[in-house]
Design a protein around this ligand. Structure first.
Ligand code: BEZ
Length: 244
């Protein structure tokens, strides 16, 4: 997908057409300087899931709450074999100063002394943000929106979420999304609206009349209709299935 026309309000001369990565695409490759040293993406993360996310700017309040929340959940993501990689259109020294300030001075929702140990990309030249479609000129031409790319161990983009500058993300939802993606792969199921581990999962619809008949007669699934069947998978079974 390529955005070929300047959005309303953006001067045509300042608009640069950007190909937007899509779900199912190989994650665009880049090298970058980060707060944890140089990275080659996604090669350095091969074999792991990655949440690559952008935020608008260092030393801003919503972003500060997001980083504290993500950092406090890092162990939970590690248990899901999932690495966190942040990005903003700021330089390395700004990142370092901001992360030091967060650790030394900021409290939020009972969190204090929070150390951000996942890499935060210096993207002051916007090379990565442009590659991933994180700059939305109708929102802001120099700040990245709150984008989230969930990338699987083979380097394929599996989910994309965009939030505007004004709205902090829900990090429990990001954790739920990673578990749902991993469960879909491991158990060959899908997950219904508002699913959380332990709730019934969706058995994918049958692909032929024969399998539709088998589905409605299968005692191991609850077939409400031929296309709508669920089955129980306990939370422990989900977590065991996705354990890698
Ligand atoms: C914030 O993180 O607080 C923020 C950043 C850019 C625009 C609005 C809010």
């Amino acid at each position: 997908m390529t955005m070929t026309e300047a959005p309303t309000g953006v001067p045509t001369e300042s608009f640069v057409a950007v190909p937007m990565p899509r779900i199912g695409d190989q994650a665009p490759a880049f090298t970058a300087t980060t707060t944890q040293g140089a990275i080659t993406f996604p090669a350095d993360f091969a074999g792991r899931w990655v949440i690559l996310f952008s935020h608008p700017a260092d030393f801003t309040p919503v972003c500060t709450t997001e980083f504290m929340t993500f950092a406090s959940m890092q162990d939970e993501f590690e248990r899901l074999n999932t690495a966190l990689v942040g990005l903003s259109v700021d330089g390395l020294y700004s990142h370092i100063a901001w992360l030091r300030t967060i650790k030394e001075r900021i409290t939020f929702r009972g969190m204090a002394d929070v150390e951000v140990t996942f890499p935060l990309i210096d993207d002051v030249g916007m090379a990565v943000a442009r590659k991933y479609g994180m700059i939305m000129p109708g929102e802001d031409s120099t700040k990245a929106v709150r984008a989230v790319f969930v990338i699987d161990p083979a380097g394929i983009i599996r989910a994309i979420i965009y939030y505007p500058l004004s709205t902090g993300r829900n990090f429990q939802e990001l954790r739920r999304l990673v578990i749902a993606l991993q469960a879909a792969d491991a158990l060959e199921i899908a997950t219904p609206a508002d699913w959380v581990p332990g709730e019934p999962v969706i058995v994918p619809p049958p692909g032929s009349c024969g399998t539709a008949k088998e589905r409605v007669e299968d005692p191991s699934v609850r077939a409400v209709d031929w296309f709508f069947a669920t089955k129980d998978v306990s939370e422990a079974a989900v977590m065991e299935a996705i354990d890698s």
